[in-house]
Design a binder for this molecule. Sequence first.
Ligand code: PLP
Length: 370
Amino acid sequence: MAVPLFASSLEPHHDALAERLEAVARSGRYILGPEVAAFEEEFASYLGVRHCVGVANGTDALTIALRALGVQPGDEVVLPSFTFYATAEAAVNAGAVPVFCDVDPATGCVTRETVERVVTPRTRAIVPVHLFGNVAPVDDLAELGLPVLEDSAQAAGAARGGRRAGALGDAGTFSFFPSKNLPCLGDGGAIVTDSDDVADRARRLRFHGSADKETFDEVGYNSRLDELQAAALRVLLPELDGWTEARRAAASAYVSQGLGDVPGLELPQPVPGSDPAYHLYVTRHEQAETLVGALAARGIGARGFYRLPAHLQPAMERFGGDSLDLPGTAELARTNLALPMGTQLGEDAIAEVVEACRAAAGAGAEAPAR
Ligand SMILES: Cc1ncc(COP(=O)(O)O)c(C=O)c1O
């Protein structure tokens, strides 16, 4: 039985989406109209924050949020290297210097200790990434007394201490890229915050640095969530909690079906106190690529993420490089192995993945270690 890596489908929602998209197409309102305003209110209310500002994608959300939080050219921003590259790119595009910190390989997230190690008097913000839907310990980081911007691109639906990811720090950002836990039908993103000032500034920055479309106070961006995407998000937001429960059930089924007994395979650990949303189910194995090949041969989607972490990417040479000592990052980059996850992953598919991992790890154990 074939099992895709991303086991989710919007098929059951196609009719509702088509109806809403047609209504927007007929309305003649395409940019910053009623759908965006309504989605911003609904998503803010879902998260329990005062403001949501829709923007064009999750990368712009980070750049704009950093500037809205007061990050100035040359300021240092602490962020993990083990993340999608956009987290670091956004800091550079905001004029900041990305300072890479390590992660705990068991959780994929930064800790207070890994952040504290690289904080300097020039640090102006901390950007924890809620990686793979896990939730970084934002409360511990806040004790460092610096603004915390949560990169929640992978964590819609996740929670910590009864509060939603994205609503824990000074501001949070989301991506609604189609593979994300809360998807739209193209690119989309949002900034969320309780601060009136941060929200006002983000609203200006997404519209060329202008509040009234006449006076341009600062150089900003053309970066809006559009009406069609907002309409799609309004159809899908009510599904998010059910989808998150389905992802959590799949993660539990991996455990109950014995994935943890596969030789050499480490299962993902929630950050203590966090309730992950399992955007991806990322295990670790010393021979991860051997397993990817063996699983692919059985029609099972699996892959490693961020094998070349952000601090080693050519474009980050000025800020990173291999002199940085990030052992947790190196370990996770080498060993991570994402297995199928999604809202439509049945027990039989999970059994198939567990059995395939067992067979592959058994065979792989005889192969020479890399
Ligand atoms: C952790 C993280 N940050 C930022 C982004 C950027 O989001 P987008 O692709 O919407 O620009 C992504 C997603 O792709 C991501 O996974």
